[in-house]
Design a protein around this ligand. Sequence first.
Ligand code: CP3
Length: 350
Amino acid sequence: MNRPETTDPAPLLVRALRREEVERKPVWFMRQAGRSLPEYRELREGIPMLEMCRTPDLCAEVTLQPVRRHGVDAGILFSDIVTPLEGVGIDVEIKSGVGPVIAEPFRRASDLERLRPLEPDADLPEVAEAIRIITAELGETPLIGFAGAPFTLASYLVEGRPSKSQELARAMQLEEPALFRDLLERLADIAIASLKAQVEAGVQAVQVFDSWAGSLSEATYREAVLPVSRRLFAEIEELGVPRIHFAVNAGHLMEAMAEAGSDAMGVDWRTPLSEARQRLGEGVALQGNLDPTVPLAGSEVLERETRALLAAAPERGHVFNLGHGVLPSTDPAMLTELVGLVHDITEKQS
Ligand code: CP3
């Protein structure tokens, strides 16, 4: 693809996700682009979030901002999990301080007709264009692409807005399991098409966010969600890039989610990495998982907690990240400091 020759060593992030031995641990942050950065707030002024995602130059600029400022080992495409839904014609808006709001939530079988397959070239050409700009600017630093997992996207479509417990989505799954399954399968197809297009345009790793899966019991996750997420991961395997699977507040689902077949599991801060390693074994890389409130607590706490986390983290197959997204109130200087700490502490003498 856009790598000049196959003999180039893969980026640090990719090698760590493949569980290879690395010279130091890679670090990046979920939501590293966003409201914690004054340069982001300045650029976002007056532009709706989803419009920003569809403007390649702006999208590229905000993707690059945290890479320049913090020296993280990867960029993550500035977009949102609902961008592909807008791409297939769903009326969705991201309200500031709220999140995605769907004008007409999905409640019955006829609503599924509104969910046609995604054709990335026709529906979202701006995303591939942005990726081409970003990867040209990033040089050796890899870009991470992403998609929302079927359950998390379904929960937005059914609830119509962010919801703490996803009760409408979970009730639909109980009452009309075949309909709910059909919804998830269509959303998996949309995620697969979106991820394929992102990889073809140049992203070198992908993350699938099943942020709200933690509201499900393990039994329901296994019955209603796992088969669909497993198909999603199987269908993107041929793309040849590492696949990360992440959820929040889902410690009880860790083994089940790992069975979906990703190369790495994102772990939130509630589960120690040593426990995750023990429960999941050596076959999967781990990403995480500093509590996102630690960078709010001052340099001394930051160093202490980072050292403690790294001391208990697996040597191989670990990518440093927060346990969820950067909080908007975070002082960006603390994140720059954190990147330096992780690099210094994990650097191998050679
Ligand atoms: O830097 C990055 O991580 C890349 C960009 C990114 C965004 N959203 C930009 C964004 C990514 C990877 C996402 C994924 C996403 N979006 C998820 C999964 C990750 C997670 O947090 O669990 C979810 C659940 C969403 C849906 C969504 N979009 C929410 C809940 C919100 C927050 C609402 C708010 O204002 O607090 C958004 C909006 C959003 N997506 C913002 C950004 C930078 C904030 C927009 C703003 O500037 O107001």
